[in-house]
Design a protein around this ligand. Structure first.
Ligand code: GLY
Length: 356
C-alpha cells in the first residue's frame, strides 16, 4: 500500500510518512531512512500489548538488533524518575551515538523518549511512531520534548527533532471515541488556522470518516510552520490557538479534563469572544462550535472567567504587562493580539457568556 510523504524542512530535514500498515513495515522504512544501528523501542504497557510484538518482528525482519523499555501508561509516568530510568536503560544496553530510539505511543511516550534521546550522550536520533491521533497531528512533529515537574507540566525539556515520523492510520481507526475526539480538537485548531479544505472536512463530516486526509493536512500545516520557526519565536506560536484558556481549564480541573477537550473549550471561548467583541471578518463562533460538537467535544466549562484568568496568568507568572493571544478573524485567518493581562478575565467572559 502506498503512503504519503511530507517533508519537514530544517537544517536536518526529515519525513513524515502517513498511511495504513506502516507499523508492520516499520523495519524496512526505518532502514531506508536511518541505515544500520541498534534500536531501543520505548512504549507504555497499553501500547506494548497492542503493537510492540508486531513492531519488534518487523524490525528484526529488517535485520535490526533491538531492545525495549516498557513503562506504566499515563501522564504520571512523564516525570524525571522515568526519564532517569530510561537513560540508565540506554546506558546498560550500551547504546552508542549512532544508535536510535523509537517512541511507540502517544504524546507521553513521544515527549519522554524524545527528551531521553535528546540528552543521552548529548543527543542521539529518534523516530516517532504515534499511535494516537493527538500525537499524529501535533506532538510527534516539531521536536518538542519534555517531562513534567511537581511545579507544572512540561517544565523540563528540549527541542530535539525526530529523524523520521511514521503515522500508521490503522492505529487511529481503532481508537476509542474519546481518544479520537481528543485528537480531533487539535485538528480543528489546525482547521481554524489553515482554513479550507481542512475545516470543512471537520465541520461537515467527522474525524473518523476522513482520518487520512485530516492527518495529512494537519501534518502538512505543522511541517510548514515548524520549517519556518523551529523554536517557536514567531509563527509557530500560532499553534497555541485555544491553548491559553485550554491550559487554564486543564489546570483548574487538576488535569482531569484531557488536553484536547480543554483545547476544544478554549477554541470555542476565543471564537465567541472575537465575534462578541466585533473583531471578526465573518461569523466564526457557530462554525467553530459545530465542528467541535460534531467531533464529540465540549464547548463550555463550569469554571469562572476569573478562575481561568488567574490560572492562565499564574502559569505565566505574570502580574502585569501583556499576554499574547492567538485570535481568529475568519476561518483560515488568525492573528496575534497583545492583550493587557488585566483585560484577560473580561476577554474570557465575553467568550463564555456568549456560550450560555
Ligand atoms: N504543540 C504545539 C507545537 O508543537 O508547537
Amino acid at each position: 500500500m502506498e503512503h504519503r510523504v511530507i517533508p519537514v524542512h530544517l537544517r536536518e530535514s526529515y519525513n513524515v510518512l502517513i498511511g495504513g500498515g506502516l507499523l508492520a513495515k516499520s523495519g524496512s522504512l526505518i532502514r531506508v531512512a536511518l541505515g544500520d544501528c541498534r534500536l531501543a523501542v520505548v512504549t507504555d504497557r497499553n501500547v506494548a500489548g497492542l503493537y510492540l510484538d508486531g513492531v519488534l518482528t518487523s524490525l528484526r525482519e529488517a535485520g535490526y538488533d533491538t531492545c525495549s523499555f516498557v513503562f506504566p501508561a499515563g501522564e504520571q509516568s512523564k516525570r524525571m524518575d522515568t526519564l532517569s530510568n530510561l537513560l540508565e536503560f540506554f546506558a546498560e544496553e550500551r547504546l552508542t551515538r549512532t544508535d536510535c530510539v523509537l517512541a511507540l505511543g502517544g504524546g507521553v511516550t513521544g515527549d519522554l523518549a524524545g527528551f531521553a534521546a535528546g540528552c543521552y550522550l548529548r543527543g542521539i536520533r529518534y523516530v516517532q511512531l504515534p499511535t494516537t491521533l493527538l500525537a499524529a497531528v501535533d506532538s510527534s512533529i516539531g521536536g518538542k520534548t519534555a517531562v513534567d515537574l511537581p511545579q507544572g507540566k512540561n517544565l523540563a525539556g528540549l527541542f530535539h527533532q525526530p529523524s523520521l515520523v511514521l503515522c500508521d492510520i490503522d492505529c487511529f481507526h481503532t481508537l476509542p471515541a474519546e481518544e479520537l475526539s481528543n485528537g480531533a480538537a487539535e485538528a480543528i485548531k489546525t482547521g481554524i488556522l489553515e482554513g479550507e479544505p481542512l475545516f470543512s472536512l471537520l465541520e461537515t463530516g467527522n474525524v473518523r470518516e476522513h482520518i487520512e486526509p485530516i492527518v495529512a493536512q494537519c501534518v502538512r500545516y505543522k511541517a510548514n510552520i515548524v520549517g519556518q520557526d523551529e523554536t517557536e519565536t514567531g509563527p509557530r506560536k500560532l499553534l497555541n490557538l485555544g491553548h491559553t484558556a485550554g491550559h487554564a481549564i486543564e489546570k483548574c480541573s487538576g488535569f482531569s479534563i484531557p488536553h484536547g477537550y480543554a483545547v476544544a473549550i478554549g477554541l470555542a471561548i476565543i471564537a465567541r469572544a472575537a465575534e462578541t467583541l466585533g473583531a471578526v471578518d465573518e461569523p466564526i463562533a457557530a462554525r467553530t462550535e459545530s465542528a467541535l460538537v460534531r467531533n464529540g467535544l465540549p464547548i463550555t466549562t463550569k469554571f469562572s472567567p476569573e478562575a481561568l484568568a488567574n490560572a492562565a496568568l499564574s502559569d505565566k507568572k505574570r502580574t502585569g504587562g501583556q499576554i499574547t493571544l492567538v485570535v481568529p478573524r475568519a476561518i483560515g485567518a488568525c492573528y496575534f493580539l497583545e492583550l493587557p493581562t488585566a483585560q484577560l478575565e473580561n476577554f474570557f467572559r465575553a467568550g463564555m457568556e456568549a456560550g450560555k
